[in-house]
Design a protein around this ligand. Structure first.
Ligand code: HEC
Length: 129
């Protein structure tokens, strides 16, 4: 296990401590969903947390409800997360958001895989903080 990964895992445990009782999940489906949420949370902590929280605005907007603001268009939202400036060229909502946030550029994340972005969206949609 690399040092970075170990660090992320430690952070994850520290932040989830005492909030929920994992043992209460008994069905396989629930456990599976939970796993994606925690993977998503880890990727989120590594890449997004400096600017975003789920429930409050930070350097960027609160992410709760962002799926709905993108009309549940996961493919478009995934492209936006990977390279927001590309999507801003053509999408009116993305243009407005950019303007509302004083033209602050969200960095591109070309290294994130489709799976990692999907896990982040699961985490955002889960309502966990
Ligand atoms: C350096 C700060 C910064 C980082 C890091 C960052 N963002 Fe952003 N993000 C922003 C800003 C600012 C906006 C508002 C739009 C703009 O100004 O481009 C935004 C907008 C968004 C939106 C649209 C929200 C809405 O209401 O429609 C989503 C979704 C999003 N970011 C997800 C992410 C994810 C996921 C990551 C990590 C992979 C991430 N961001 C990393 C600054 C950041």
């Amino acid at each position: 296990m690399s040092r970075n990964l170990l660090f992320a895992v430690t952070l994850l445990f520290a932040s989830s401590c005492g909030s929920s009782n994992e043992a209460s999940d008994s069905t396989g489906a629930a456990t599976e969903g939970k796993k994606e949420v925690s993977v998503g949370k880890k990727v989120f902590i590594n890449n997004c947390i400096q600017c975003h929280a789920i429930a409050q605005d930070k350097n960027g907007p609160a992410l709760a409800g962002s799926m709905q603001r993108w009309n549940n268009d996961t493919a478009k939202l995934a492209s936006y997360i990977r390279n927001s400036q590309e999507v801003i060229k053509t999408d009116p909502y993305a243009q407005k958001l950019y303007k509302d946030w004083s033209n602050m550029v969200m960095p591109a994340f070309p290294h994130l895989s489709d799976g990692e972005i999907k896990d982040i969206l699961e985490y955002i949609g889960s309502g966990e903080d």
